[in-house]
Design a protein around this ligand. Sequence first.
Ligand SMILES: Nc1ncnc2c1ncn2[C@@H]1O[C@H](COP(=O)(O)OP(=O)(O)OP(=O)(O)O)[C@@H](O)[C@H]1O
Ligand SMILES: [Mg+2]
Length: 268
Amino acid sequence: MTSPTIDGKAETANVLRMRGVSKTFGAVAALKNVDLDVNRGEVLALVGDNGAGKSTLIKILSGVFSSDSGTIYIDGKERAITSPADARSAGIATVYQDLALCDNLTVVNNLFLGQEISPANLDETAMEVKSWELLKQLSAKIPSVQVAIASLSGGQRQTVAIARSLLGEPSLILLDEPTAALGVAQTAEVLNLIERLRDNGLAVIMITHNMVDVRAVSDRIAVLRLGQNNGVFLTKDVSNSDLVASITGATDNEVTRRESRVHQDQEG
Ligand SMILES: Nc1ncnc2c1ncn2[C@@H]1O[C@H](COP(=O)(O)OP(=O)(O)OP(=O)(O)O)[C@@H](O)[C@H]1O
Ligand SMILES: [Mg+2]
């Protein structure tokens, strides 16, 4: 798929293009001149050590923070994102780590919280039908849309939060540590779900510290280090040691030392 780009040349359409995005908090430069591209039908893993700027970048895209400088293009068009409403209308949906679900409400009520189909006269049937449609589209394993969120597993809750973010029909979905609190089976379920989002043509950015998840589901990996770009890799081509080196800025570090210890133990 091609479309005219910033410099007028036809090129693969990026859903997202960030150019030279910077953000400071007082004396802290959280992001310095960061560039990032994500294509439709692609999962980009955004990785980096604690404090690298990942959440700041996500919050700029979701309109929680405004950047100090830089430009954001969505589908090739420059967009000013200064509020969550701007982000939504640009087609960007965010699932935060705390999920922001209400434990005591049902699945269907959580899905439509704040956007009930007919506010004056809640259309329960329409919401229930739409809920099943959404969950079916995600092949989600939810027993019933009338159960309370409190009775669902972590993976099921993550699924509901992702389903809710799809109601606005976004083209870009941002997931902050979607598997951080999950067990093995639930993680697999959420990774399957992320693949389904990609197969439906969405662009996905997934923040994670888990290299197994990165390997399992991402197409490309963008590394931030101390608020700056520090490499973009094709997941299938990059070695673990190169990735760790890019994240930490050194080839000699705890993880690589451990790796060589393990190799020595295996050989000896
Ligand atoms: N609201 C804020 N006020 C002041 N400083 C902030 C704020 N948000 C982030 N920072 C600083 O900006 C830098 C980047 O933080 P950010 O939360 O983006 O990192 P991160 O990559 O998400 O880290 P983690 O993996 O620990 O979540 C850090 O130095 C952090 O202390
Ligand atoms: Mg963070």
